[in-house]
Ligand binder design. Structure first.
Ligand SMILES: *Cc1c(COP(=O)(O)O)cnc(C)c1O
Length: 413
């Protein structure tokens, strides 16, 4: 069956025809038959250069042979036990060793689960009720963080989704990104704040990049007011380098959430942090958290293979950043005059807004109609970009110079 027919069928059986909203491309999404390296092949027989990379996890590209081998080895031994496996301490040692902010880690099955648990843990540890998030920050699809961004800094949150109780969301406050003064003002006035949760680089409307000193200021202010700092590194973890944003920017959070890349393309999440905080997680402590699929051997095998590969290939992050630079450099001057190309490592985005956005308010000024035309033009050229002005483009180890030329050509044409 062709994509159009599959989608027509799916729409009668599944809300919006999809398993996650951003995939519902108009008039219909392409259905994928297979993928390898930097390329996706659709059921319609088209092959596309992938700049979405499943929204971040596929740092080594699709179907990387070493990850595949690790999964295959485990498949032969069964794929779910409901007991501990030797992978767990091995992977925990690897991950905590790479991040200065981590003494202990709990593996879960998604990034959403990780942030949900980290927030509960912050509340359990501090005995305080409220959390602060950054406008435009995305931390998964659970109630406490599904708060409409864009409201005033100190006002109470408004639910972003039907079915989320306003009373619950009232405990989630929002602040603009890149604004340490607003954070200081909020914390000075409120003593009920358990934690600030922040994507160190806004990856779900971006990338929107921290101004010089912003993350360090965030650390100092939260520390001064005894508020826990949660770095949501579900995207930036192993994307910006080994040790993620906390190493890149030299900031040590109290808690960190990971996901995406650490599963090597299989479902995973993790939350982690200082020993005195993590010790409160059940069964060691009173903050309950549990999951049937947590630490499942396939995800851990794929994750360990990925992280070991990264350790064995120290030039990887410089190469990845160079790829994004090549696209940037090839942009014609008129494109740079009318829009802004933003990149950090292998994350990039062309914003249809003259100046690079500094926060969510800026991002919302982008010309989304122009983006949609550009997106279609890129698809016609054979390049699959994430289908929204507000999603980051990702490059992988598998992207070739020829791929980059075709991607860059799309900005020139
Ligand atoms: C993707 C993402 C999540 C949610 O992860 P899932 O695995 O989709 O549940 C949380 N935080 C950030 C920063 C993300 O990018």
């Amino acid at each position: 069956m062709q994509s159009r027919d599959l989608f027509a069928d799916a729409q009668t059986l599944m809300p919006g025809g999809v398993s996650s909203p951003v995939r519902a491309i108009k008039p219909y999404p392409f259905y994928t038959a297979r993928a390898e390296g930097s390329h996706i092949t659709t059921v319609d027989g088209t092959t596309l250069i992938d700049c979405c990379m499943a929204y971040g996890p596929l740092l080594l590209g699709h179907a990387h042979p070493e990850i595949k081998k690790a999964i295959a080895v485990q498949l032969d031994k069964g794929w779910l036990y409901g007991t501990p496996t030797p992978y767990e301490p091995e992977f925990a040692r690897l991950i905590t060793g790479d991040h200065p902010g981590m003494d202990m880690v709990r593996f879960v099955s998604s990034g959403s689960e990780a942030t949900m648990a980290a927030i509960r843990l912050a509340r359990g540890f501090s005995g305080k009720s409220d959390i602060v998030k950054i406008e435009g920050g995305f931390h998964g699809a659970h109630d406490a963080v599904l708060v409409k961004a864009g409201s005033g800094a100190t006002t109470m949150g408004v639910p972003d989704s039907a079915g989320v109780l306003p009373a619950l969301v009232a405990h989630t406050r929002q602040l603009p990104y890149n604004d340490p003064e607003a954070l200081e003002a909020l914390l000075a006035k409120n003593t009920d704040i358990a934690a600030l949760i922040i994507e160190p680089v806004l990856g779900n409307i971006g990338p929107v990049i921290p101004q010089d000193g912003y993350l360090k200021a965030v650390r100092e202010i939260t520390k001064a007011y005894d508020v826990l700092l949660i770095f949501d590194e579900v995207i930036t973890g192993y994307r910006l380098g080994i040790g993620g944003a906390q190493v890149k920017f030299g900031v040590r959070p109290d808690l960190t959430t990971l996901g995406k890349i650490i599963g090597g393309g299989l479902p995973i999440g993790a939350f982690s942090g200082k020993r005195e905080i993590m010790s409160l997680v059940a069964p060691q402590g009173p903050v309950y958290q549990a999951g049937t699929f947590s630490g499942n051997p396939l995800s851990l095998a794929a994750g360990i293979a990925t992280i070991r590969w990264l350790h064995d290939h120290p030039g990887t992050y410089a190469d990845l950043a160079e790829k994004a630079r090549i696209i940037d450099e090839s942009l014609p001057s008129e494109k740079k005059a009318t829009g802004s190309f933003v990149r950090i490592g292998s994350m990039f985005k062309y914003f249809f807004r003259k100046d690079a956005p500094q926060n969510y308010t800026d991002v919302k000024e982008c010309d989304t109609a122009a983006f949609t035309r550009f997106w279609q033009k890129m698809l016609d050229r054979g390049v699959f970009l994430p289908p929204s002005q507000f999603e980051t483009n990702f490059l992988s180890v598998a992207h070739t110079p020829q791929d980059l030329e075709i991607i860059a050509g799309g900005y020139i044409a």
